[in-house]
Write a protein that binds this ligand. Structure first.
Ligand SMILES: [Zn+2]
Ligand SMILES: [Zn+2]
Length: 448
């Protein structure tokens, strides 16, 4: 790997992939601006297994993997095979007093369309199969080019898309939803897990491993080299204070236009010193999701018909029912995912928006940690929506026993999506935007 001659930036129109790690090849300093606190730092040389954290807020700047292209390619191919198996075989079957039903994975979405819930159906199928499928194809396309030493067409656009797809893939959340639904009906009917259930579990794990394996610092270096850092950039100070910003997709530090905007020189992503109207947008999304949380709790999320008797149940009603059945652990899972997480997330984001102007260096780390938590937990609220999708598709035995979705399912799915968007529009760098004491400004930093 290291004995090939050093090659320099590819000539225009003739992209070549350099398999040498960036730090071996380049003698220039590689600058990065932390996405969470905007601190400008020089990346140290990284060996495989090492990672670089921001010295100010602890955000991970880069992680170096051993043989990143081979690793991502192998994991993506395995995940794709597992996904294909998961959609081709029976997922789970149930039977009660001689009546039974067997469903495939995709029926968890298609059955919802039959009950006039097309938006929930789209949310389910997109997050568990379509977006992960697209993501895996993108990873394979990119890594194939990198392995051959010649990026395939559209590689840069695809590499940019990968970062945007990431938060919307929810295969792991769906597994929790499936387990909760099976425990919910285990007392009432006989449940049998199909091949596809196990294939889907493998798929969810492999997908997680694939997303973790992407070494985007190495990938962007291999796709497009490392253009020189802007002249006069000083490390140990904020990027915005010097008219610079770090690209949110490829990490390259760019100089912004006078109006605080620009495009990344390496990947073409739109750049802003700070996300435009971050606080206003976050407030609007918080308000919208708080409003949607009302119908999500007032209306029934599903209606269970058993021996001709229909019983609608709300989210809280479902938790109470589970406690009465004695399924404490499942009740806790649903209560945390459907009540604690969305409400906690809304309160935390609203609080961050309120106090962001009064942040200082002392409390900024804790506030950034709180922000990271709200960003991380948001998608786990989808558990209850997946439970509805699975039960509605599976429990179909006419008047003997059947489950239909309620209006709260759509309202609750909207709450999840809106709170996720609210966390994305909040710019954590605002927490750190506070004037530094004069003496520390003078002593810190070196000039490039
Ligand atoms: Zn930082
Ligand atoms: Zn970029």
């Amino acid at each position: 790997m290291f004995n090939q001659p050093l090659r320099f930036l590819p000539a225009p129109g003739e992209p070549r992939v350099d398999q040498t790690p960036p730090e071996v090849r380049t003698s220039r300093r590689r600058l990065r601006a932390c996405h969470e606190c905007d601190w400008l730092v020089a990346l140290p040389p990284l060996r495989s297994g090492q990672r670089a954290d921001c010295p100010r807020c602890g955000h991970i700047l880069a992680t170096r993997h051993h043989r990143p292209a081979q690793r991502s390619m192998a994991l993506a191919m395995a995940a794709m095979v597992a996904l294909l198996l998961a959609i081709s075989f029976p997922f789970v079957s149930f039977s009660v007093s001689g009546f039974g039903n067997r469903i495939e994975l995709t029926q968890t979405a298609t059955t919802l369309i039959g009950f006039d819930q097309p938006l929930v159906a789209i949310a389910v199928i997109m997050t568990i199969a379509v977006l992960p499928g697209i993501y895996l194809l993108c990873v394979m396309w990119l890594q194939l080019g990198l392995l051959q030493g010649q990026p395939l067409p559209a590689s840069r656009g695809i590499a940019r898309a990968l970062a945007h797809l990431n938060p919307w893939m929810m295969a792991d959340v769906f597994i929790i939803g499936a387990l909760v639904s099976l425990i919910k009906v285990a007392d009432l009917a006989q449940i049998e897990l199909g091949i596809s259930f196990w294939a889907f579990c493998a798929f969810a794990l492999l997908l997680l491993a694939t997303t973790q394996s992407i070494d985007s610092d190495w990938m962007w270096f291999s796709l497009a080299g490392e253009p020189l850092a802007p002249e006069g950039a000083r490390t140990g100070a904020t990027a915005a204070g010097q008219g610079l910003t770090g690209c949110p997709t490829c990490g390259l530090v760019n100089r912004l236009e006078a109006d605080g905007r620009g495009y990344c020189r390496r990947c073409g992503e739109r750049l802003h010193a700070r996300l435009p109207h971050s606080l206003q947008r976050t407030w609007a999304l918080i308000a919208a999701s708080a409003l949607m949380y009302i119908p999500a709790n007032v209306y029934p999320i599903m209606t269970t018909t058993s021996l001709g008797h229909s019983a609608p149940s709300t989210i809280i009603g479902g938790v109470v029912e589970l406690i009465q059945m004695g399924s404490w652990p499942v009740a806790v899972v649903i209560f945390v995912a459907s009540v604690i997480v969305p409400v906690g997330k809304l309160v935390a984001l609203a609080w961050l928006c309120l106090v962001v102007k009064r942040s200082d260096e002392l409390n900024a780390s804790n506030r950034t940690r709180l922000y990271r938590l709200t960003e991380f937990i948001g998608r786990w609220s989808m558990v209850d929506v997946f439970v509805v999708a699975i039960l509605v598709a599976l429990i179909r035995a006419g008047s003997l026993m059947s489950i239909t979705p309620g209006p709260a399912a759509l309202a609750f799915a909207a709450v999840v999506v809106l709170t996720m968007l609210a966390a994305m529009t909040f710019d954590p760098r605002l927490i750190w935007d506070t004037p530094l004491p004069r003496d520390s400004r003078e002593t810190q930093g070196t000039t490039e």
